[in-house]
Design a protein around this ligand. Sequence first.
Ligand code: NIG
Ligand code: FE
Length: 409
Amino acid sequence: MTERCNLLITNVQAATMDPSIPGAYGAITDAAVAITGDKIVWLGPRGKLPKCTPDRVYDGEGQWLTPGLIDCHTHLVYGGHRAGEFSRRLGGESYEDMALAGDGILATVRATRAASAETLYRLAKPRLEALAAEGVTTIEIKSGYGLNLEAELKQLRVARQLGQHYPLNIVTSCLAAHALPPEYDDRAEEYIDLICTEILPAAAKEQLADAVDMFCESIGFSVAQCRRVVKCAQQLDLPIKIHAEQLTSTGAAAMAAMAGALSVDHVEYITDKDIAVLAESGTTAVLLPGAYYTLHETRMPPVDKLRAAGVTMALSTDLNPGTSPLASLRLMMNMGCQFFGLTPSEALAGVTRSAARALGLSCSRGVLRPGMRADMVLWPMDSPDQLAYEIGALKPAEIFYGDNHVKND
Ligand code: NIG
Ligand code: FE
């Protein structure tokens, strides 16, 4: 470490989430962390801190420091809401039936197309702020409610604008292959042409998309159609991710993993064969318990098998107006444990280290270690197990975005 640093945090317990540090959470007790600019420059037991002159010292009062939380799968920029569908689903209608009747995703497409960028921005703010208040410092935001050139770019621009306005790191994915827009009824291949020849190239040119996502399902697109989108993304040098195996087994997860996907998301219906492909390719499985809960699903992602195969498991809100109107990543940690059988430490890894991996950000985020971004959260708790266990009252004491820190009161 250089002799000067901008900020020295002392007297903390660090849940580094660094797998090279033995024990749950990669914990270091009575730790100190030195930060210069937006990076951690030293981290270790306070007793071993080299002599240094910090511009500022922060006493953590023995509280726990974790990496900033990462929500790696959200659809948080959209118009309208679907509370009416919520009631219909409670009355027995299924998500698929409403989608086939032109509601579901397409209802949100109508509302999103009709909304101005200013309106979308205004509607997105409280969703983003709810996540930020619980210690989320990186959020992935997808398009997918525009489904034409203009409206897809409008959603992505709003996502970028949120990233300019807030200290959070916003990562975007173009999900133009989310549903077939009504003007392309019965012409799915032509819509894929539009995605490949116009929407993705324009998003890439304006640097609006950090990745390309797609929805492979009977009510979305086929594996062959998704494969075309994958090829196009590869030509544009954009990483891919996919909504796969949510409602049925399609083989999409293996197709995407073999093509080098960063993540395959949902995976309730993933097969043993496809799990082996994920393990081999190093693709992250993103578990989305909010959608599982909202849709009253009974088929769980095969967490034991994924764990045994060594597949990295991330956790995310899937925040969207249809299947997960739930702006709480902490609640997802709780559901990941309660519904899917994750351990509290796997749940925290799922929203830090593994979520960073799902976004291709492992080199800079998700773990507390010298060289990484100093996105960190200080929690008034005795044990990091409390993060998955206790919902509502346990709030960050302080959120650090590099050497800027925000008291959370
Ligand atoms: O991840 N599966 C497709 N997309 C979303 C749902 C979007 C919606 O219903 O508006 C999901 O669950
Ligand atoms: Fe989703």
